[in-house]
Design a protein around this ligand. Sequence first.
Ligand SMILES: C[S@@+](CC[C@H](N)C(=O)[O-])C[C@H]1O[C@@H](n2cnc3c(N)ncnc32)[C@H](O)[C@@H]1O
Length: 265
Amino acid sequence: MAKTLATCLETGIGEKYGREEVTGTSIFDPVLCELAYIWFSPVGGTILDPFAGGSVRGIVASKLGRQYIGHELRQEQVDANRAQGSEICVDELMPPAWICGDSRTIDSTCKDVQADMIFSCPPYADLEVYSHDPKDLSTLGYQEFKIAYFEIIKKSCALLKQDCFACFVVGEVRDKKGNYYNFVGDTIQAFKDAGLHYYNEAILITAVGSLPIRAGKQFSASRKLGKTHQNILVFVKGDGKKAAKACGLVEIDLSVFESEAIAGA
Ligand SMILES: C[S@@+](CC[C@H](N)C(=O)[O-])C[C@H]1O[C@@H](n2cnc3c(N)ncnc32)[C@H](O)[C@@H]1O
């Protein structure tokens, strides 16, 4: 499943719609997406995404039998997502839905939503600037960004059912002087302020690409380490065990452990 879906999303969408031409933004990892949904949301559940960006999280949710609601500021991105979604998810019971608007109003635009999971990849401060719209968080200075970011997280979490998970994929960003903002720490704080518990952290290793070429020069001039990871942060509203139970059973291939046990015996 992961391979089929990932291949479809990485090639089909990229070739047909030329994501760089549509938005110039990064593409979310569909395999990570698939695992997050399977592990942290129930089949048939509702996924709320306050920073939808591209179509990946919506299409993967639909293919896995989840109702995705993505909130996104830019109309052109929403239009591109709807075109991709209606083509790729034409036969799905729960096609993804995108709402266009500033997520600071998510409490009114999604007032009837009772989400089973919050899942998003927010703007990493001003690392990628998505538009010139002053409502776009990526255009704001970090202090203003933080206020809006905390507000959106709080309002989104209010739409999450009790005993459910929230997952944000984030990464550290440097300010103009080259120091980290502590964006990962601020994200954790925003969810704690919204009443959730910090539950899991995983590290997503990202492609090394041209980093070794760039990192050497940067390191000798400033001792800044090259970064090839992002942080997957998981929070729970209420009780983790109840939230896990609500997600249902996860397929775990116990034969791996069994063969290791036999080998170790
Ligand atoms: C999800 S990321 C985009 C790139 C990303 N890697 C992805 O998953 O597609 C951030 C998104 O947040 C959107 N955004 C910024 N400010 C917003 C706001 N106030 N309300 C809703 N969406 C906003 C941006 O337009 C951008 O598409």
